[in-house]
Design a protein around this ligand. Structure first.
Ligand SMILES: [Fe+2]
Length: 296
């Protein structure tokens, strides 16, 4: 018997990365044990410029323990605060990497900044490019792609049965929403994307991409529901108007500095997590463009 998408319920495990406050999700179909990893983290020590797979190794150990099969890697967007381990999973496990098709715009913005001549601005660094409304299967589960731009132009959310993975759109109700001041970001667009997510059934389990402890909370959390967000999200709950949201979001964004890992993250993440090509000596290097980000 095939269940309707609303009646499907994936098994969801979140893995919190304390260095970047990112949650990587291991999502699986209980019937077939097929799994997806959403937003995997590649550890990066900026002082030593050294990468490590410690975080994703933990996720893969859990996958192995539960006898799951990795079917795919899903990215909600090109992250600016951590490097993605997607390419590592493609290399080591053969998993294809999916992302929103507007990643091409993000690549065309950032590839020149990083002299990333190997990156064609067409999404070809990824394996699957999703448009709004696309559906595909994970085992017997249906995955629906919802284009949710605003934080970046290419952000997507993945709805899998009674769960939705929203990346950096909404955070936990007591923290609010994502910043919209990166190139191609837009507060009004984010508001409209969030309204689409809040149009899902109230009982939909919502999994957020980051948690930063707001004042008054001592434990990290990353699961809420559409109903809780609608009622209580401090930025958008209780029917906040679009204009009020935009004014709040833009005022708050004006106070935010660049994320610590934005420069290494973007040049790796527009390559789906592949490191830049090696030079004649076999050495790979990141570039640090001066005076292009942050306030003058
Ligand atoms: Fe982000």
């Amino acid at each position: 018997m095939t269940l309707s998408p609303d009646a499907q319920s994936p098994v969801v495990q979140g893995f919190f990365d304390p260095a970047t406050h990112t949650i990587t999700y291991l999502v699986s179909d209980p019937a077939t044990r097929q799994a997806a990893i959403i937003d995997p983290v590649l550890d990066y020590d900026p002082a030593a410029a050294r990468t490590s797979t410690r975080s994703i190794d933990t996720v893969m150990a859990a996958l192995k323990d539960q006898e799951l099969t990795l079917a795919m890697v899903l990215e909600t967007h090109a992250h600016a605060d951590h490097l993605t381990a997607a390419h590592h999973l493609r290399e080591t496990r053969g998993a294809p990497i999916g992302i929103g098709r507007d990643i091409a715009h993000v690549q065309s913005t950032f590839a020149p900044m990083f002299h990333a001549d190997d990156v064609t601005p067409d999404g070809a660094a990824f394996d699957r490019l999703y448009a709004d409304g696309d559906t595909f299967t994970l085992g017997e589960l249906t995955v629906e792609v919802i284009h949710t731009p605003g934080h970046t132009p290419a952000c997507v959310s993945y709805r899998i049965g009674d769960a939705v993975f929203v990346g950096d759109t909404l955070f936990m109700p007591d923290y609010g929403t994502a910043r919209t001041d990166f190139p191609g970001g837009d507060a009004r667009t984010l508001y409209r994307s969030i309204q689409r997510l809040l149009g899902l059934p109230d009982t939909t389990r919502m999994f957020v991409g980051h948690d930063y402890l707001p004042r008054g909370r001592i434990d990290f959390r990353f699961e809420t529901t559409v109903g809780e967000q609608k009622a209580a999200n401090v930025h958008i709950g209780g029917g906040v108007s679009e204009d009020a949201f935009v004014a709040m979001r833009q005022a708050r964004d004006a106070t935010l500095g660049a994320p610590q890992l934005i420069l290494p993250s973007l040049q790796v993440n527009i390559r789906a997590g592949a490191l830049p090509p090696p030079d004649a000596n076999g050495r790979r290097s990141l570039v640090l463009p001066l005076n292009v980000l942050g306030a003058a």
